[in-house]
Design a protein around this ligand. Sequence first.
Ligand SMILES: [Zn+2]
Length: 88
Amino acid sequence: MTNKNLRGKEWFEYRSCRSKRYYADRKAARRSLCTVPGNKKGLKVYPCQFCDGFHIGHEETKEKKKRKRARQESEDVRMQEEAREETG
Ligand SMILES: [Zn+2]
């Protein structure tokens, strides 16, 4: 199966589990994380929801979440303004 054939949950599973290296426990993952060359910032060990092991992945940073929320809020404001214009 190629990546292109994966959809939705399967794609998520592939990205967060099957495409990654499996670690039986958090310690092993941590140890491996220490050997990663270069910038480890934003990398974290997380328990997998698909298998009962651990993987190393990129953490969603506070900045990213903030930006996502800001975009959502600005959309809400725009919708409110449009609604106001319609009611006159
Ligand atoms: Zn997994």
